[in-house]
Design a protein around this ligand. Structure first.
Ligand SMILES: [Zn+2]
Length: 102
């Protein structure tokens, strides 16, 4: 086999692999930016799972509900920071919350 062809092919493969890697890294960075932007407009409320209906807010406060979740109590915005309220229940991750209720 012609060694020049082998060298050229090797360079071409390396170039394609580098391009693919750069594209993947750029897409991952864009996805992370979009995700961060989605979260910065929200206040995440986490169910403290105590006996007092306690919820912890991502803006550093706590709130007690006598019955039900913030959503069930028709709360759409955090009363402390004013951002849109998103609740996270026990055993849930933030990404699973977005899959559940958009
Ligand atoms: Zn808040």
């Amino acid at each position: 086999m012609n060694s020049k062809i082998v060298i050229r092919a090797t360079r071409e493969i390396r170039r394609l692999a580098t391009d693919a890697l750069r594209t993947a890294e750029r897409q991952r960075a864009e996805y992370a930016d979009a995700e961060a932007k989605q979260y910065q407009d929200l206040c995440i409320w986490t169910d403290m799972d105590d006996d007092y209906g306690g919820w912890e807010t991502s803006c550093g406060e706590a709130f007690c509900l006598v019955d039900g979740t913030p959503r069930e109590n028709k709360m759409h915005f955090c009363p402390y920071c004013g951002r849109k309220l998103k609740e996270v229940r026990e055993n849930e991750t933030i990404s699973s919350v977005f899959e559940r209720n958009g």
